[in-house]
Design a protein around this ligand. Structure first.
Ligand code: GLY
Ligand code: MN
Length: 473
């Protein structure tokens, strides 16, 4: 956990932004995998973690915006807890860790919240994203589960987004650590990327690095030779010479701050000329965005810059044609990059999307585009110092999508479908960095992960033999 000031300050700032009603933050419960006591890795709710810090279940945090009261509802430690989990801080000690003196038994929470409701107080909830939590809140409030959404507060959502989107120095330091972990994960993956290795060997090894550095992965690893499948969580391919491996992974620290980087490595460590041609286009898009991103601009402008760079590059190798402005305006690049340039990053890998992606990436001054090629961008709004966003252009050759567009003759003035046929076995390339928006520009978080052709090839060449687990593969 961070020091108590971290949490005290967040609640104090939230109170300045909100003036009526009560905000209720429910800690995530343990989630069972296959029988009650065998649970998934515990993950606290990010809003709870941001305002109340404690890293376990059966807690409710309350902030009263009118009286200024802050209450922590929780459970006293039992002897069973001590026997199974060791000595634990008492409830008042937990309150002290986050600067709250009013600590009450969680069994008193239903009575408390129902009284507030009877008094006609405004109750502000964040959206729920787990069924068990929705049921729990409904039971606490004595309402039907379908009514819980009626208490989700747009005012609270907007206030939280305005706080969490600006990363403090403490958070940035922690994100640097998560980014450094990603450096070790990615350079290890590059060194392991050899013919005959199974993707799962790499995925398992790099997940271990994230855990060994005191946290875990920030989302399930994407480690695949089939990079054209954007979120490919199958890790069963045996790596083959002549293919490339997309590795999209990141780390989450014990305080829930994340990294998210992608690198694409040729199996065996040397790009062939066709791979190199496409790789250089994606790299140029990634680097142009990193060069030009600065506060005050809409990230949609950078999405367009990346798309334009991809179109120009694809024209250079004969896969696209026609007027670049017209191709961009038509959204023809979507065939090659059917996702947005990036998203916010922080306590969630797609930061705050539990509050609704639209509430995080867009606002009244920047509404979301409805056009193909632009609507897929998760965060298009004006950038401010302290934001962290990902810069992750890609080029993918998705045979099914190519077939559909070709059959429809879609954007045929901009796409050279005949030549594209010869790329259907190519896979995909994505290159992703995490950009901290600074006062004048941006900087990439963490130790620089190799990304030029020369640096990737050099890193692959540094590979030494590692011990493959005998008898398993
Ligand atoms: N890196 C995974 C994602 O951005 O969705
Ligand atoms: Mn990402």
């Amino acid at each position: 956990m961070f020091t108590k000031e971290f949490y005290v300050n967040h609640r104090a700032t939230l109170k300045k932004l909100m003036n009526k009603g009560i905000a209720v933050f429910i800690a995530n419960d343990e989630a069972s995998m296959n029988y009650p006591d065998n649970t998934y890795h515990y993950r606290q709710d990010s809003n709870f973690a941001y305002f109340f810090g404690l890293n376990h279940s059966d807690l409710v945090g309350v902030i009263d915006f009118e009286s200024g009261e802050e209450i922590l509802f929780g459970q006293e430690v039992t002897i069973d807890d001590v026997i199974w989990c060791g000595p634990l801080p008492s409830l008042p000690e937990q309150g002290d860790m986050i600067g709250i003196t009013d600590c009450r038994d969680i069994n008193r929470f239903p009575e408390y919240i129902r009284q507030q409701m009877e008094k006609g107080r405004m109750i502000h909830l964040t959206p729920t994203y787990r069924g068990d939590q929705t049921i729990k809140i409904a039971n606490y409030m004595d309402i039907d589960v379908h009514e819980v959404k009626n208490y989700v507060s747009q005012l609270l959502i907007e206030a939280i987004v305005s706080l969490r989107e600006i990363k403090s120095d403490i958070e940035i330091k922690e994100m640097e650590y998560a980014a450094d972990t990603a450096y070790y994960m990615h350079t290890t993956a590059m060194k392991m990327c050899k013919p005959g290795v199974i993707e799962q060997e790499i995925s398992g090894t790099i997940e271990g690095i994230a855990i060994a550095r005191g946290g875990t992965i920030s989302f399930p690893n994407i480690v695949s030779m089939d990079g054209q499948t954007l979120h490919n969580h199958n890790h069963g391919n045996v790596l083959k010479e002549g293919r490339m491996m997309v590795c999209d992974c990141g780390a989450e620290t014990g305080n829930y701050l994340d990294s998210d980087f992608t690198r694409t490595t040729p199996v065996g460590g040397k790009f062939n000329s066709r791979q190199r041609d496409v790789y250089e286009i994606v790299l140029k898009a990634n680097m142009e965005v990193a060069k030009q991103t600065k506060p005050g601009m809409r990230y949609m402008e950078m999405h367009k810059l990346a798309a334009r760079t991809l179109i120009e590059g694809l024209q250079g190798i004969g896969l696209m044609k026609g007027n670049v402005d017209d191709a961009l305006a038509a959204g023809a690049h979507y065939l090659f990059q059917p996702h947005g340039l990036g998203h916010m990053l922080g306590m969630d890998v797609h930061d705050m999307e539990g509050l609704g992606e639209i509430n995080v990436g867009y606002n009244k001054e920047t509404p979301r585009s409805t056009q193909q090629g632009f609507s897929c961008l998760r965060c298009g709004k004006v950038l401010k110092p302290g934001f962290v966003v990902t810069d992750e252009p890609g080029i993918y050759f998705i045979p099914t999508l190519i077939d559909i567009w070709k059959a429809e003759g879609k954007h045929k003035d901009f796409i050279n479908y005949d030549k594209l046929e010869t790329f259907k076995d190519f896979g995909g390339i994505r290159i992703e960095d995490d950009l901290l928006i600074t006062e004048n520009g941006n900087r990439i978080l963490g130790k620089p992960i190799p990304k030029t052709v020369e640096d990737v090839e050099r890193t692959c060449a540094e590979a030494r033999e590692w011990i493959r687990i005998p008898g398993i593969f």
